[in-house]
Design a protein around this ligand. Structure first.
Ligand code: PLZ
Length: 450
C-alpha cells in the first residue's frame, strides 16, 4: 500500500488492469468515511476509489487497484494523465513564478496560448482569445462578450445541453436534477430549442435536422424576436446530455439561421474541443465556423484553464477592464496548455483519436447486435457512447446503465454515465491509452453487458 502511495504517474506507470480488492477497497472506504465527515453531501464521485497515480491508460487507487481509464477525468486528460510535456512545463513554471495576476503583470505564456488557439480555431477572420479558469467561466464570458458586441440580451440553448454550474450557465443547462433543483431563481433571457437528436426525434432521423432547424426559427422569430437575441450556444456533440451527435446538416443550418439574423453562434467545445473527436474542434467535422468558441477541459491537460476564442471585432467590443479574474490564465496552467499542444503535435494525436474510434466502434456495434438494450452507438473519435434502453420502444433504462457501469468498475474499467435520462454509457479514453488496454477494456464492457 505504501509503495503505491509514492508511485509516479505518467506513461511510465505499469499499463495493466489489476483488481485486487473489492471496489472500493478498504483504504478507499476509509478515505470515503473521512470524505463524508469533511465534505458536503452534494459532492459525489462516479467511482469512489481514491487515486494515487495515473498515466497512459490507467488510474491506480490507494488499494493498489489499476483501472483502465475510459473517462479521462471527464474529457480532461486527453493527452494522458501527467503527460510528460505537460508535467515538465508546469513543474518548471512552478519554480519560476506561480502567479502575478495577468491584470497586474502580463507574461508571455498567456499570450502564446492565445496565439495558438487563434491559429487553430475554426473561427473566420482575425481572432482574439481570452483565458479563464473553467468551462463555465468560458461560457459565461462568451455570453458577456456576445451581449456587449450585439447590444442584445437573449441567449438560445438546446434541450439536453450542459454549460456549467454558475448561475448563468446553470440556467443555460437543460437538466433539472441534479444540476438545478433547489437553486433557483435562475438567470432570465435564456430560451431553449429542441436539439436535433436523431435517435429520439419524433419524426424520425431523416427529418430531424430540417424539423429541428424549423423549430429553432420558430423560437427565434415568433417567440423571442431575433432582435432580442445575442447568441445561440450549442455543443457540437452534447456531452453531459448523452453524447448526442446532432443530425448531419443541423449545425450548418443553425449557423445560417444565426448569420441571417445578426445572432452570434457560440460553439461550446468545452468537452469536444482539443483533439478529443479526431479534430482540434468538433465543429470542423461539419465545416461550421462559429463566431465564438469556448474550450477548457482538454486544454490544460488537467490544470484548470478555459478560453474564449472569437472574431476580433466581437472580442474587442468589451473595453479594457471588462474582462478578467484573479487567476485567469494562471502561468502554471498556461505552461500546461503549451505542453498539451506539444503533445498533440508530436504525438500525432488527432490521428490517434480517429484510430481509437476505428478500434472501439466495431466492438460497440457488436454489443448493439447482441443486445436489444443497446439502442444506439454514437459519437466521434475518442468520444463514443452507447444508449441503453428497455427494448425496441427505446424507453431509457437508467437502472441497467448504472448496473453495467458498476460491473465495469468491479472489473477494473472506469466508465462514466451521462444523458438526460441517465441511460448513456460514455467512453472518453485518454489518447495515450495503448491498444491492448483499449481492447481489454472493451472486453470488460462486453462481459458487464452479459
Ligand atoms: N460546457 C460542454 O461539458 C463540463 C461537468 C462535470 P466546468 N462538463 C463536466 C460536473 O458535473 O460538474 C462542461 C461541459 C460543457 C461547460 C462545462 C462546464 O465546465 O469546467 O465544469 O465549469
Amino acid at each position: 500500500m505504501d509503495v503505491v502511495e509514492t508511485q509516479q504517474g505518467g506513461p511510465g506507470l505499469a499499463q495493466v488492469r489489476r483488481v485486487r480488492t473489492e471496489v472500493p477497497g478498504p483504504r478507499s472506504a476509509e478515505l470515503l468515511a473521512r470524505q463524508r465527515a469533511a465534505l458536503p453531501a452534494g459532492v459525489g464521485s462516479a467511482l469512489p476509489v481514491f487515486i494515487t497515480a495515473a498515466g497512459g491508460g490507467v488510474v491506480v487507487d490507494a488499494d493498489g487497484n489499476s483501472f483502465i481509464d475510459f473517462g479521462s477525468g471527464i474529457a480532461v486528460t486527453t493527452v494522458g494523465n501527467a503527460a510528460p510535456r505537460v508535467a515538465e512545463r508546469a513543474a518548471a513554471q512552478l519554480h519560476r513564478f506561480t502567479h502575478t495576476c495577468f491584470l497586474v503583470n502580463p507574461y508571455e505564456s498567456y499570450v502564446e496560448v492565445c496565439e495558438r488557439l487563434n491559429r487553430l480555431a475554426p473561427v473566420p477572420g482575425e481572432k482574439r482569445t481570452l483565458l479563464v479558469n473553467t468551462g463555465a467561466e468560458a461560457v459565461e464570458n462568451a455570453v458577456k462578450i456576445a451581449r456587449a458586441a450585439t447590444g442584445r440580451p437573449g441567449v438560445v440553448v438546446f434541450d439536453h445541453g450542459y454549460h456549467g454550474r454558475t448561475l448563468l450557465t446553470m440556467s443555460m443547462t437543460a437538466k433539472n436534477v441534479p444540476y438545478k433543483q433547489g437553486f433557483g431563481p435562475f438567470a432570465t433571457d435564456v430560451h431553449r430549442a429542441p436539439m436535433a437528436y436523431p435517435y429520439r426525434w419524433p419524426g424520425g432521423p431523416e427529418r430531424c435536422a430540417e424539423e429541428a432547424a424549423a423549430a429553432l426559427v420558430e423560437l427565434i422569430d415568433r417567440q423571442v424576436g431575433a432582435g432580442n437575441i445575442a447568441a445561440v450556444v450549442v455543443e457540437p456533440i452534447q456531452g453531459e446530455g448523452g453524447f448526442v451527435v446532432s443530425a448531419p446538416g443541423f449545425l450548418p443550418a443553425v449557423a445560417e439561421i444565426c448569420a441571417e439574423r445578426g445572432i452570434l453562434l457560440i460553439a461550446d467545445e468545452v468537452q469536444t474541443g482539443i483533439a478529443r473527436t479526431g479534430a482540434m474542434f468538433a465543429c470542423e467535422h461539419e465545416g461550421v465556423q462559429p463566431d465564438l468558441i469556448t474550450t477548457a477541459k482538454g486544454l490544460g491537460g488537467g490544470l484548470p484553464i478555459g478560453a474564449v476564442t472569437g472574431r476580433a471585432e466581437l472580442m474587442d467590443a468589451v473595453p479594457a477592464g471588462g474582462l478578467g479574474g484573479t487567476y485567469s490564465g494562471n502561468p502554471v496552467a498556461c505552461e500546461a496548455a503549451l505542453g498539451v499542444f506539444d503533445e498533440i503535435e508530436r504525438g500525432d494525436l488527432l490521428r490517434r483519436a480517429a484510430e481509437i474510434e476505428r478500434i472501439m466502434r466495431p466492438a460497440l456495434a457488436e454489443l448493439a447486435e447482441r443486445h436489444t438494450f443497446v439502442g444506439e452507438v454514437r459519437g466521434r473519435g475518442a468520444m463514443l457512447a452507447i444508449e441503453i434502453v428497455r427494448g425496441p420502444d427505446r424507453t431509457p433504462d437508467p437502472a441497467r446503465t448504472a448496473e453495467i457501469s458498476k460491473r465495469c468498475h468491479a472489473g477494473g474499467l472506469l466508465t462514466l454515465t451521462a444523458g438526460s435520462y441517465g441511460n448513456v454509457l460514455r467512453f472518453l479514453p485518454p489518447l495515450s491509452i495503448p491498444d491492448s488496454l483499449l481492447t481489454e477494456g472493451l472486453a470488460v464492457l462486453a462481459a458487464a453487458c452479459g
